[in-house]
Write a protein that binds this ligand. Structure first.
Ligand code: GDP
Ligand code: MG
Length: 193
């Protein structure tokens, strides 16, 4: 897909601020720091459209990026950041659930995991939650540049084993090295077309 003019549209702190209309939404879900914002930048070939950081994400914001008026990338608050207070964890969870429960135009959820680690307890909770929503989803194992290229397939299989699934699409990704983008674009295009 040739993206021409992606735009940041809004940081919503309440459902009233979600964009009007019914464009398809492709939603990024994952723990803080796993690379959700980097994923958006890499897919769009922009350096800083989505803000990335090494510090805890904003727990109350849902960022909407309008992609050529064809669809939105939706960057949900990260969960499970070790330095978040208990209260912040509850708040980010509430924002994630509110969006996933109420929004009618979710075309695909992209759950982002770290290819180097087994899914955390929070990842597994999120995964179960996504299964219960019955929404279409894929799993990305990001930061594939951190392991040898010859070990990527096995690492993906390992994560798959922890999730206990055989039918879900699970793909490697590297926002850093900008590799494995084509497969993900294919998934997105299949959903929105
Ligand atoms: N090595 C490597 N680092 C990455 C990758 N994706 C993201 N990062 C880094 O991980 C940190 C968190 O990324 P960010 O996109 O802000 O994560 P978010 O909290 O999920 O939005 C940043 O320092 C990124 O540069 C990747 O594929 N490989
Ligand atoms: Mg982010």
């Amino acid at each position: 897909m040739q993206v021409k003019n992606p735009k940041f549209e809004i940081s919503a702190v309440s459902p009233k601020q979600y964009p009007a209309g019914d464009l398809p939404e492709i939603v990024l879900v994952g723990k803080s720091n796993v690379g959700k914002s980097s994923f958006i930048n890499t897919m769009l070939n922009r350096k800083n459209l989505a803000r990335t950081s090494n510090t805890p994400g904003k727990t109350r914001q849902i960022n909407f990026y309008n992609i050529d008026n064809l669809f939105y990338f939706v960057d949900l608050p990260g969960y499970g950041y070790s330095k978040m207070s208990k209260e912040e964890k509850v708040i980010s969870g509430k924002f994630i659930e509110e969006y996933l429960e109420k929004r009618k135009n979710i075309y695909l959820i992209i759950l982002v995991l770290d290819i180097r680690h087994k899914p955390t307890a929070d990842d597994l909770l999120m995964y179960d939650y996504i299964l219960k929503t019955n929404l279409p989803f894929i799993v990305l194992t990001n930061k594939a540049d951190k392991i040898a290229i010859t070990k990527v397939d096995a690492a993906v299989e390992e994560v798959k084993k922890y999730l206990g699934i055989s039918y879900t699409k699970i793909l490697p990704f590297s926002a850093e090295r900008k590799i494995y983008l084509d497969e993900v674009w294919k998934e997105i295009e299949n959903r929105i077309n």
